[in-house]
Design a protein around this ligand. Structure first.
Ligand SMILES: [Zn+2]
Length: 196
């Protein structure tokens, strides 16, 4: 069975990083997608407080979130490589940003008085999630933490993280340990073949 997810710096604070990292190498020659079904997506979003418990998500919603995930991957990859991102990815992010009103509306209730809160009609669940994730990604790519965004250098790892120090290469101790173990195995093999 799957072990617990390793801690990856930046993922707790940034839903955009959590979304990009929701797909990983299964280690068995395929991918493990945490958002493989609408039910899995619903549980994933609930876990992160991105939807309310009663929210309903269809396969169509899942398709849109997964497409946003691919656009985020393109944007992050371009940012890290220093190249220009695909125009479609920028446009898709901007569509997501404006897909739901982000303004906090003014409300009045007798007894409570004025309050402000976002409008969350049940029909726009996916739009709100996309707007929130897109806002987070746009802020990350242009903010103080932008230079810290990195992709894991471990072979087969697809994850992104925020560097906790300048030379950090791995998303997690899981990847760091895996790479160190592989190197030590390779050294032993070189030694034993030199002896024989
Ligand atoms: Zn990794």
């Amino acid at each position: 069975m799957e072990t617990a997810q390793p801690t990856v710096p930046g993922v707790e604070e940034h839903p955009c990083l959590a979304l990009v990292n929701s797909v990983s190498d299964s280690g068995r020659g395929g991918w493990r997608d945490e958002l493989a079904t609408p039910e899995a997506l619903r549980a994933w979003l609930l876990d992160r407080d991105l939807i309310v418990p009663g929210a309903v998500l269809q396969e169509y919603c899942r398709g849109r979130i997964v497409a946003l995930r691919e656009n985020l991957r393109d944007l992050f990859t371009a940012h890290i490589g220093g190249g220009a991102p695909p125009l479609e990815a920028v446009q898709a992010l901007n569509r997501a940003l404006t897909s739901a009103p982000g303004a906090l509306l003014l409300r009045y209730e007798p007894g409570t008085g004025f309050t402000r809160s976002a409008d969350h009609p049940v029909t726009q669940v996916v739009e709100h999630v996309m707007a929130l994730v897109a806002e987070d990604a746009a802020a990350l790519l242009t903010g103080d933490d932008a230079p810290k965004l990195a992709s894991c250098e471990a072979e087969g790892c697809l994850w992104f993280f925020l560097r906790t120090h300048a030379r950090r290469q791995w998303c997690s101790t899981r990847c760091g340990d895996r790479v160190r173990a592989a190197r030590s195995y390779a050294r032993k093999r070189v030694r034993s073949s030199a002896q024989s």
